[in-house]
Design a protein around this ligand. Structure first.
Ligand SMILES: Nc1ncnc2c1ncn2[C@@H]1O[C@H](COP(=O)(O)OP(=O)(O)O)[C@@H](O)[C@H]1O
Ligand SMILES: [Mg+2]
Length: 245
């Protein structure tokens, strides 16, 4: 049996012994991690642990120095980012990706153009906005939306093409408590509808509310993994957050 077939076993994503070296820095230092189809999976870790580099190697904006990345049973380690996107891999980085001068609805036209007929696009766009809690704000210029609303629109842009695997880098950054709660509900709802979601986050309260399997990265490796409550109670994890390990 080939490695490609072996990788399918219930895991939508399988990262195997990945290294990413920048000059003398090992941003990823032998990272191995699997994400099962259908789960919400949180990735936490102190600053510099390699979380963003991990996402970059998944979507293909960075190529690992060594090691392999399998997505839906395929070796995608060296596949260009646009081809991974066509296979259903989507990311929302921390920055807002929408055009401020356009309306919320107009922003969705670009990602919808690929898979929908022109006449269907406005209705599809409105449906995506409703999914991310922005019904009624279709014709609002994006720059007039709140920070939270702009973040949800960015999530809408990332899900417009119906990805199988959605990566969210710090989706609660800069949000109010109420917006954070809404974002957690949105993530759970998208997951309930069938999307596998990986969330990088600093805000522990937010991660706790997702009640998801959690991986802790430290110095570019998997340091611990388990349900959030186990992770939060783990003394070694507490020590790395306090900077003493
Ligand atoms: N393009 C780069 N060039 C040099 N060093 C980098 C680069 N990207 C990340 N690093 C380094 O790799 C390590 C991991 O970074 P990063 O993945 O951004 O961590 P995190 O997202 O967990 O804070 C850090 O020490 C960072 O300084
Ligand atoms: Mg980061």
């Amino acid at each position: 049996m080939t490695a490609t077939v072996a990788a399918e076993d219930g895991a939508i994503l399988s990262v195997r012994d990945v290294y990413k070296v920048y000059g003398g820095v090992r941003a990823l230092n032998g990272l191995s991690l699997e994400v099962a189809r259908g789960e919400v999976h949180c990735v936490v870790g102190p600053n510099g642990a390699g979380k963003s580099t991990f996402f970059k190697t998944l979507i293909g904006v960075e190529t690992p120095t060594s090691g392999k990345v399998f997505y839906r049973g395929r070796d995608v380690t060296r596949m260009p980012a646009f081809r991974r996107a066509r296979l259903g891999l989507s990311v929302k980085f921390q920055n807002i990706s929408a055009f401020g001068e356009l309306t919320a609805l107009q922003n969705l036209f670009v990602p919808l153009r690929r898979n929908h007929r022109k006449a269907d696009i406005p209705d599809r766009a409105a449906a995506v906005l409703a999914r991310v809690g922005l019904a009624g704000l279709e014709h609002q210029e994006v720059r007039r939306l709140s920070h939270g609303q702009q973040q949800w629109l960015s999530i809408g842009l990332s899900i417009a093409a119906e990805p199988d695997l959605l990566l969210l880098d710090e989706p609660a950054a800069g949000l109010s408590a109420e917006e954070t709660t809404k974002t957690a509900s949105l993530i759970r709802e998208l997951n309930r509808q069938g999307m596998t979601i990986i969330v990088i986050e600093h805000d522990m309260g937010f991660i706790r509310s997702l009640k998801a399997r959690t991986s802790v990265l430290h110095y570019g490796r998997l340091f611990a993994q388990g349900e959030f409550d186990e992770i939060a109670a783990n003394e070694d994890v507490r020590r790395i957050y306090l900077g003493t390990a």
